[in-house]
Design a protein around this ligand. Structure first.
Ligand SMILES: NS(=O)(=O)c1c(F)c(F)c(S(=O)(=O)CCO)c(N[C@H]2CCCc3ccccc32)c1F
Ligand SMILES: [Zn+2]
Length: 263
């Protein structure tokens, strides 16, 4: 990615200088607290088509210097949104080994340990994500909150490759599996709001679906996520740990978050 980071002079306070949308409206992430939540009985659970990818197929996992991201298959898409949205990639946000509070969205001011995002683009209206990513109805991102619990064999299908993407621009091949296994059981309970990319260029182009129920991964899996990767290339004399790669919550005024569940 271009010159921005989560720490130091190119950190999030400086983003609007190079990326004006980052200082604009509809910014994500946000805190979910009761006086901005409104129950909406019309919110339908998402349908996941093509998420069960054969193990003879492969996903490319890569370290892009900001996050670890896995490209998904263009045969994967979601329905029950205003349009059909095709999967593009998934990536994660996390904290550090001394403070496992690296989720982007918070609930009543509380961070979760980490957060996974599955990025989709509106394939009914746009030919690819590059055309979609700066359009108001261009993207749909699913967010799964991660917390500590038992070892999670499904997440391990990705995490076991972290040692091969330690440095920026390294890649690894992940055998296909059912990406539905990475989602919580209750797909019918979620937060829904219109927001933005949480990284530059921060386009206000994202319809967010944040699942209410967190998914559990083990302490050891979380530590691997927090300690495996670097933002720098393998030959960089000053390696920078990839930690705390989450944006702080943004002001959310005169807007509502719609919830599919009653408190
Ligand atoms: N939190 S977030 O807003 O979901 C989010 C990230 F946090 C994140 F790091 C990325 S990135 O890894 O691409 C590095 C920075 O662009 C993305 N990429 C999206 C939007 C930007 C362009 C693009 C092009 C192809 C596929 C995905 C994307 C992102 F959407
Ligand atoms: Zn993200």
């Amino acid at each position: 990615g271009s010159k921005w980071s989560y720490i130091g002079p190119d950190g999030e306070k400086a983003w609007p200088k190079k990326y004006p949308f980052c200082g604009g409206l509809f910014q994500s992430p946000i805190d979910f607290h009761k006086d901005i939540l409104q129950y909406d009985s019309n919110l339908l659970p998402l349908e996941f088509i093509g998420y069960n990818v054969s193990s003879t197929d492969q996903f490319t996992l890569t370290n892009n210097g900001h996050s670890v991201k896995m490209y998904l298959s263009p045969t994967m898409y979601i329905r029950n949104l205003p349009f059909e949205y095709t999967a593009s990639q998934l990536h994660l946000h996390w904290g550090n080994r001394n403070k496992s509070e690296g989720s982007e969205h918070t609930v009543s001011g509380k961070h979760f340990a980490a957060e996974m995002h599955i990025v989709h683009y509106n394939s009914e209206k746009y030919p690819n994500i590059a055309a979609a990513m700066d359009k108001a109805d261009g993207l749909a991102v699913l967010a799964i909150l991660l917390e500590i619990g038992p070892f999670n064999p499904s997440y391990e299908k990705i995490f076991r490759h972290f040692r091969n993407v330690k440095y920026k621009d390294q890649t690894a091949q992940v055998p296909g599996f059912n990406i539905r296994e990475l989602l919580p059981d209750r797909l019918d309970e979620f937060y829904r709001y219109e927001g933005s990319l949480t990284t530059p260029p921060c386009y206000p182009s994202v319809l967010w679906t944040v699942f209410r129920h967190p998914v559990k991964i083990s302490q050891e899996q979380l530590l691997a996520l927090e300690t495996a990767m670097y933002c720098t290339e393998s030959d960089d004399p000053e390696p920078l740990e990839m930690v705390d790669n989450f944006r702080n919550v943004q002001e959310f005024r005169e807007r509502l978050v719609f919830i599919s569940f009653r408190e």
